[in-house]
Write a protein that binds this ligand. Structure first.
Ligand code: S2G
Ligand code: ZN
Length: 468
């Protein structure tokens, strides 16, 4: 896909105006900046224009038009992504689903909700709560992210240890393929053994196979009186030992960790320490505790882990308000460091490999990043680490990205030895594309390309994302 001359641009836009109302086609600079990028700040947004379809039929017309004119499309949700998958920097047409944001159907017997792709995640969570149920996939960007984008990246977040990922909650999907065909996949069925399940191809496809326009999602019962514990951990060795003890006795819904360095950035924003002691690492865990039935057990486990030297201090929430405040120590990390333009790693290994991996990369990062501030945090309970290197204020972004990219080669080679993934939940997009081979071998990438050819034969769907 190439950039367009001004006469080509005029002709292309006039063609779109034939089936999209003027107010839903934006060519102004502010819209280009707002809709032309996600939360990454490594790429200069430069879309041809931004179009906001209101119906599935308009989405289909856009895809057919794009095929006829070999016009690249970048599907756009809440643009909270961190790998550049929603970046339009080469004259692509951004297709924003934000106008298609309605909840269309709910069935209490099925415990199922159908919504348009542009539904904000938090709006769906609130709707489920109003029905006495829960949509349990949760993360800090819930107020901005769209369900369509959550599905396109198979979003994970903070409750994966109990509820799994977005993939586990999608029971139906309507997509417009890169050919312009509308597929109505699985239609909310629990069982459907009628051949390949194409739904699961689109989940995590990052807009490269087609555009998700509607989703049917399962709901579940809400957590009963969850309690939050934050534990002070002296070293990485104890982390997974604590996890093993707690998960064996309590119904955990979260097992997160973060370093003292990460905590200090959150504290700068006005939050308070969970307890007096400052420790190198912290665990934040959440467990169901109806009527305080498990409080004594949790305290006994706390004592046991303390006797083993795995933790040195801790606090258990005494109220819903305190639980929320403790969660902010973990959830506010990302926002509190954004000003430092962090180079983000989002890696995963099997849980059993976490201790060995932590040991190896701790040494690697200390050796390779002696002068950079490295923050550790993430969903350690499902094997997912977020390692963020903060850009020194005086260092140019390009120089910093080059330095970190070089270290990433070492990090991903280590990860490969542990059978891990270079991207646990943030997707590949643009930022992790150069490193895909550490996780998917050439044969497998060949199959990915073959599938892309089936669904998007003219290569108009989000070209350049995941692989070239
Ligand atoms: C998290 C949010 C994005 C980031 O905090 O779990 O997935 O900054 C992240 O890494
Ligand atoms: Zn995360």
């Amino acid at each position: 896909m190439t950039m367009h001359s001004s006469s080509e641009t005029t002709a292309l836009l006039d063609g779109i105006r034939a089936f999209i109302e003027p107010a839903s086609l934006r060519t102004d600079a502010d819209s280009a900046l707002l809709y032309g990028r996600d939360w990454t700040r490594l790429y200069q947004p430069n879309p041809l224009a931004v179009v906001l379809p209101g119906t599935i039929e308009q989405v289909r017309q856009l895809v057919c038009y794009a095929n006829d004119h070999r016009l690249a499309l970048v599907p756009s949700g809440g643009r909270t992504g961190l790998s550049g998958a929603a970046v339009a920097s080469h004259g692509e047409l951004v297709v924003s689903l934000e106008r298609m944001n309605r909840i269309l159907d709910f069935d209490a017997v099925d415990r199922s909700v159908t919504c348009q792709a542009g539904t904000v995640t938090e709006a769906l969570q609130n709707f489920a709560r109003e029905q006495g149920l829960s949509y349990p996939v949760d993360f800090a960007s819930r107020g901005s992210s769209h369900i369509g984008g959550n599905i396109a990246t198979n979003a994970g977040g903070i409750k994966v240890v109990r509820y799994g990922l977005t993939r586990d909650w999608v029971t139906g999907l309507k997509v417009v393929t890169g050919r312009g065909d509308l597929l109505d996949l699985n239609r909310g069925l629990i069982k459907n053994a009628s051949g390949y399940d194409l739904r699961h191809l689109f989940i995590g496809s990052e807009g490269t196979l087609g555009i998700i326009v509607e989703a049917t999602l399962k709901l579940t019962r809400p957590l009963h009186e969850p309690n939050v514990m934050v534990l002070g951990v002296p070293d990485l060795n104890g982390l997974m030992a604590i996890y093993g003890v707690l998960r064996g006795a309590l119904e955990l819904s979260a097992f997160e960790f973060f370093s003292e360095l990460a905590l200090r950035h959150v504290l700068k924003k006005g939050l308070h320490r969970p307890f007096e002691t400052a420790t190198p690492y912290y665990v934040l865990t959440e467990f169901e505790n109806p009527a305080g039935r498990f409080t004594d057990q949790a305290l006994q486990l706390f004592e046991h882990c303390t006797e083993q030297g795995w933790l040195v201090d801790g606090v258990i929430s005494q109220s819903e308000q305190q639980a929320k405040e403790l969660w902010r120590l973990r959830e506010d990390i990302s926002e509190s460091i954004a000003e430092h333009q962090p180079y983000k790693n989002d890696i995963s290994v099997r849980i059993s490999r976490v201790p060995a991996l932590l040991e190896e990369i701790d040494h690697l990062l200390a050796r390779e990043y002696p002068n950079f501030e490295v923050l550790w945090y993430g969903h350690i309970g499902d094997g997912n680490l977020h390692i963020n290197i903060l850009k020194p204020a005086e260092m140019a972004t390009a120089t910093f990205a080059e330095n970190c990219g070089a270290v990433s080669e070492h990090l991903f080679a280590t990860l490969q030895r542990h059978g891990g993934s270079i991207s646990a939940e943030h997707g590949v997009g643009l930022t992790k594309k150069p490193y895909l081979h550490y996780t998917r071998d050439a044969t497998e990438v060949g199959y990915l390309r073959a599938l892309k050819q089936v669904f998007d034969p003219n290569g108009i769907m989000n070209p350049g994302k995941i692989f070239d």
